[in-house]
Design a protein around this ligand. Structure first.
Ligand SMILES: C[S@@+](CC[C@H](N)C(=O)[O-])C[C@H]1O[C@@H](n2cnc3c(N)ncnc32)[C@H](O)[C@@H]1O
Length: 212
């Protein structure tokens, strides 16, 4: 063993043809899916948490949803994707998996989508437009049970979170400004215990306080 990447690869569950195909599809068509370090860490956190119901914002081709469903045999996942092609791909890939009866994919813009008012989730995973994280969080956190956990991926944006705004390319500045503001807002949130993991592209973990 000569590297961290090799160690990670050896520790992951054995590859399946479907997982390989999805990873190859993502590479070929430049679909941003979670990296190995990020998804394996998220799966470990979720195995410890044992959610029964998980909401994901940003399915892309269904890769993280399928990985999570395969790692947690009792979870039901609701996931939302706005892009037409990716939504179709997600449905097609998920259909081929044994976990397909535990994953519901909605084709919608998550900022406009309405869940039914009595839906509740133990976990929320936000992995969509990075400049909109606060809006996703505010819209969907009321559906998270007390004690439930909200996970957000790409918190570091490949280091841009820690880069002064004036050094960020102009076209990305609004998105990074929003992400920086979201981090400050989240840390100050009185209803959540918050921490950050320096794995993958940075994962935020916010646990809803159990008000008794
Ligand atoms: C990083 S990818 C998700 C990757 C996926 N979670 C995985 O790891 O397999 C982000 C996805 O969020 C979708 N997205 C962005 N904004 C959205 C919105 N407002 N509503 C629904 N989907 C959105 C994008 O189309 C994109 O496919």
């Amino acid at each position: 063993m000569t590297s961290w990447e090799q160690l990670l690869e050896r520790a992951r569950p054995q590859a399946s043809p479907l997982r390989d195909e999805m990873e190859q599809y993502a590479r070929d068509f430049h679909v941003p899916i979670m990296d190995v370090e990020g998804i394996e860490t998220l799966k470990t956190l979720l195995r410890l948490q044992k959610p029964k119901r998980l909401l994901e914002i940003g399915s892309a081709i269904g890769y993280s949803a399928l990985q999570i469903a395969e790692a947690l045999p009792d979870v039901h996942i609701t996931t939302i994707e706005r892009d037409d092609e990716r939504y179709e791909r997600a449905c097609a890939f998920i259909e081929r998996s044994d976990a397909n009866d535990r994953i519901t994919v909605h084709h919608a813009d998550a900022l406009e989508f309405e869940l039914s008012s009595d839906e509740r989730f133990d976990a929320l995973f936000i992995d969509a437009a990075k400049g909109q994280y606060q809006r996703f969080f505010e819209k969907y956190e009321p559906y998270v049970q007390p004690g439930g956990i909200i996970y957000c991926d790409n918190m570091f944006m490949h280091g841009e979170l820690f880069t002064p705004l004036e050094d960020i390319k102009r076209r990305r500045r609004t998105m990074i400004r929003n992400l920086k503001q979201f981090v400050d807002w989240l840390i100050a949130h009185e209803s959540y215990d918050v921490s950050f993991l320096n794995v993958g592209d940075g994962i935020a973990i916010a646990q809803k306080k159990d008000k008794k």
